[in-house]
Design a protein around this ligand. Sequence first.
Ligand code: HEM
Length: 82
Amino acid sequence: MEKQRLFLTQFTGEPPLYSEKYGRPMMRKRHLVHEVTPTRAKSWLLCMNEAFKEVGLDKHPMGKEFFQRLTEVASIMVNTEE
Ligand code: HEM
């Protein structure tokens, strides 16, 4: 959760908190140790969608764009066939 906070702060254009602590994000590379299949990417997005609703981000003016960007990055993170 803490890493997500640092990374997503940076990802949405605020200070580079994640890089200051952990170096370059290189998220695809960091995910290579995990088998990210298309189904897991879909599940990740479903969980994130629930989280968005929980904190009201789904109704925020930037919410749709933010989620769209996460959808794009999730597909890049896929590194394993089903
Ligand atoms: C597409 C499906 C995805 C899966 C299945 C997945 C899975 C994982 C897993 C298993 C970890 C390790 C967690 C731990 O060590 O406790 C991780 C770390 C992380 N993920 Fe993902 N992830 C996905 C997509 C994404 C996306 C789209 C983002 C950001 C836009 C993201 C951001 C991160 C960050 C910031 C970390 C911490 C990296 C670090 O160790 O410094 N992930 N992810």
